[in-house]
Design a protein around this ligand. Structure first.
Ligand SMILES: *Cc1c(COP(=O)(O)O)cnc(C)c1O
Length: 474
């Protein structure tokens, strides 16, 4: 078959929303009023929102149809059974528990197995997973491969776990103190990099040997399966669903945020074979989420997730998704913007430490770049750096984080290739005057989850911003 070069969205658009166009002066004012914290900006003042790919995807006409026909029965709803059957068929796990989003599943799982003196090991915990492990009293231990921490050097499976480190850690700690191993696919905290089937199997074999249950944190399982198809020997002809099933076969269970690869705006699940654990999980579920056939969800949400979990297995979609993300990454590299290489599944991560070496860590280079992207182009991204990690010394000063990244997360099926070209154009403009970009200073910052509510100001404000007329940004 003829292979075309153009990246084509494998869908056409049936329903649209306007973008938030603003003037330069308006954005300068909005940013100032938001205290240089992009979480404080009203979404309708944003042109291209790359804050997160979580819950921001576009549902298909089929999913919207499912929203209308969803069964809202309290117990035993048809939509629940569609949801359960789809997940059983995909994962092979027999116990399915719906939750309102990923972190609710994490909380329930950790109440079963967490606690003081316990260690949960992972290729890398996602932040809410880590927070739930630690709030149970247990310690979250990340054991990523070394290549995962080298941003500049491409490798096919930088999301992998370091199996030697796992063996050593088990030897040191004792398997009885490790109630769970979590493999995050793709590895969100390290740039959305995939985990190979070989690595999943190696982790499984170590865990089995020591009787440690292994779960997948499978928010982006289909993107991971597609990378396996592309990059791992022996998978190039295998259908995505089969690869996904083989991934689930390596583990004893999974937790999923359906806001990612299930194309849903809300939802999640826990799935496993262990009937003892699932019974206990359902007892907690009923206290905090709801009855076992709806968790924290409406029937229509269960229906949309069941449909989304089938749609995500479409190889044409995944090919477009991964190519489009890579296209953005390559576009930035061409403008001399350093990024984590190779590009991951759901986004591009810009290395702000390298791009803006003249800004010290205490002046938040990644947050400064994120603010520029809004100021110049109305693009919202998220800082993953000193502000997000927010560790302080005794005097209360910020300690530099290991990395200063700006994440451009791409919502699923929402933006077209021309939006992606626009983002590249904005970066090109920023690259030209990067030396003039100033750092930021803290005005006010809480001790926990600093990045959500911190207030900042530019180190040196050269231009006095005048309030434009006919604009209200209350
Ligand atoms: C988003 C995410 C979660 C948490 O899910 P929520 O639905 O946001 O609560 C957990 N793990 C990974 C890998 C995620 O990407």
């Amino acid at each position: 078959m003829w292979k075309w070069k153009t990246i084509i969205e494998p869908f056409r658009i049936k329903s649209v929303e306007p973008l938030g166009f603003t003037t330069d002066a308006e954005r300068a004012l909005v940013l100032k009023q938001a205290h240089y914290n992009l979480f404080n900006i009203k979404a309708d003042k944003i042109m291209v929102d790359l804050l997160t790919d979580s819950g921001t995807g576009a549902m298909s006409a089929m999913q919207w149809g499912g929203i209308m026909t969803g069964d809202e029965s309290y117990a035993g709803a048809r939509s629940y059974h569609n949801f359960e059957d789809t997940i059983k068929d995909l994962t092979g796990y027999q116990e399915v528990i719906p939750v309102h989003q990923g972190r609710a599943g994490e909380k329930i799982l950790m109440s079963l197995i967490g606690g003081k003196g316990k260690y949960v090991v992972s290729n890398s915990h996602f932040d809410t997973t880590r927070a739930n492990v630690e709030s149970s009293g247990a310690t979250a231990v990340d054991l990523p491969v070394k290549s995962g921490l080298d941003f500049d050097k491409p490798a096919p499976f930088k999301g992998n776990m370091d199996i030697d480190a796992l063996n050593k850690f088990i030897k040191k700690t004792g398997a009885k103190n490790i109630p769970l191993c979590i493999m995050t696919v793709t590895n969100n905290s390290l740039g959305g990099q995939p985990v190979s089937m070989e690595n999943l199997k190696a982790a499984q074999s170590v865990c089995r040997k020591h009787n440690i249950p292994m779960f997948l944190d499978c928010a982006r399982f289909a993107e991971n399966a597609y990378f396996i198809k592309l990059r791992e020997k022996g998978f190039s002809k295998m259908p995505i669903k089969k690869i996904a099933q083989e991934m689930f076969d390596t583990a004893d269970g999974a937790i999923m945020s359906a806001k990612k690869d299930a194309f849903a705006n809300i939802g999640g699940f826990i799935a496993m074979n262990n009937a003892g654990w699932s019974e206990k999980a359902r007892q907690i579920l009923i206290l905090t989420e709801g009855f076992r056939t709806y968790g924290g969800l409406a029937g229509r949400d269960l229906e949309a997730i069941a449909i989304g979990l089938k749609e995500i297995l479409d190889e044409k979609y995944l090919q477009y998704r991964i190519s489009s993300t890579e296209y953005l990454g390559n576009g930035l590299l061409k403008c001399g913007i350093p990024i984590i290489r190779p590009t991951g599944g759901h986004g591009v991560y810009v290395n702000a430490k390298k791009f803006l070496p003249h800004i010290k860590a205490k002046n938040f280079p990644a947050q400064s770049l994120a603010c520029q992207l809004y100021l110049i182009g109305g693009i919202r991204t998220v800082e993953i750096g000193t502000l997000m990690f927010g560790r302080r010394d005794k005097k209360g000063d910020f300690l530099p984080a290991d990395m200063e990244l700006v994440r451009l997360a791409i919502p699923r099926r929402v933006y077209t290739q021309s939006h992606i070209d626009y983002v590249i154009e904005v970066f090109k403009k920023i690259a030209k005057h990067k030396k003039d970009i100033k750092g930021l200073e803290i005005v006010q910052a809480p001790k926990v989850l600093t990045h959500f509510t911190a207030k900042l100001k530019p180190m040196e404000q050269k231009i006095e911003i005048r309030k434009p007329k006919a604009v209200s940004c209350k």
